[in-house]
Design a protein around this ligand. Structure first.
Ligand SMILES: [Zn+2]
Length: 284
């Protein structure tokens, strides 16, 4: 019996990403603030389609916008780890990374009553310590790597690379990797960002992007018996009216096509059980 799973995931950053990048004047902060309105719209959409989703919420958002985060929990969604201050681990020492990891997990435990099972790094840039730290702190899955699409795989300890030498694969761990892609992330498609040294143009047609995202599901459905497709969105990005309209149409089409919507925690548990089956362990 084929199973084609979709994880809708929302990185509820609010102002944290702007602050981490030093964009602290009133207008960038207000862009992050718009995420509070976006989150309400997303919760309404999910409720009306009876879907449970996964919200990666930085500790910053939990401690700054408590009511908005409690509403996510009350709706029955999974709350997963997305750092405290939205600083990418690749920019932190091991001690800094672990301190941030612990602080954010304590905020999640106060909000939900339990620590996070899943982790997604800010800006999708892990350090060489991240996998070890996640294992040490009891995480089941990570969702920050791009080495697959529909088939979750086991995250590896540091791969060794050196210019001019062959690739050396690190040791596989028990941590389940739920792969992601910038192509399935709302941010680069939609968000207009101008800084001193770059312009991210964004502002693409929401309908066109959602058609691409639907085609990704169709391809999975046509080519694998079992798979997980993960979409990544940000409330302050996807929460604009015309994008919400396009997202709602995507969700309706996915439901008609037979998509099974799950939290990432549940999808990772199912993947882990399949990995335990010898004939599926290497299937892709
Ligand atoms: Zn984020």
């Amino acid at each position: 019996m084929p199973r084609h799973i979709v994880c809708l995931t929302f990185d509820f950053d609010t102002q944290s990403g702007f602050i981490a990048r030093g964009m602290v004047s009133p207008t960038p902060l207000s862009r992050g603030e718009f995420g509070l309105i976006g989150a309400q719209r997303i919760r309404h959409l999910l409720r009306s389609h009876n879907i449970r989703a996964t919200w990666f919420i930085p500790g910053f958002t939990i401690e700054s916008h408590r009511g908005a985060c409690e509403a996510v929990v009350q709706d029955g969604h999974e709350v997963a780890h997305h750092s405290w201050a939205h600083v990418p681990p690749a920019q932190q020492s091991r001690a800094e990374e672990e301190a941030d990891l612990v602080r954010a997990n304590e905020a999640i435990a106060r909000l939900t009553g339990r620590k996070a099972r899943g982790y997604r790094s800010p800006a999708w840039d892990l350090s060489e310590n991240t996998i070890d730290l996640l294992l040490a702190h009891g995480f089941i899955y990570d969702s920050s790597l791009m080495g697959g699409d529909y088939w979750p795989y086991r995250a590896r300890r540091v791969d060794r690379v050196e210019l001019g030498r062959p690739f050396h694969r690190g040791e596989e761990t028990q941590l389940i990797e739920m792969p992601i892609s910038w192509s399935l992330d709302d941010y680069p498609h939609f968000e207009f960002v101008r800084t001193a040294d770059m312009v991210l143009p964004g502002l693409q047609s929401a309908r066109v992007v959602m058609e691409n995202w639907l085609d990704e599901f169709r391809y999975m459905q046509a080519n694998v018996d079992w798979g997980v497709l993960t979409y990544t969105m940000h409330p302050y990005v996807i929460g604009r009216g015309y994008r919400m309209l396009a997202l709602e149409q995507l969700v309706a089409k996915l439901q008609r096509a037979g998509a099974i919507f799950m939290t990432m925690e549940d999808a990772a548990a199912e993947a882990k059980a399949l990995h335990a089956l010898p004939d599926r362990a290497s299937a892709r």
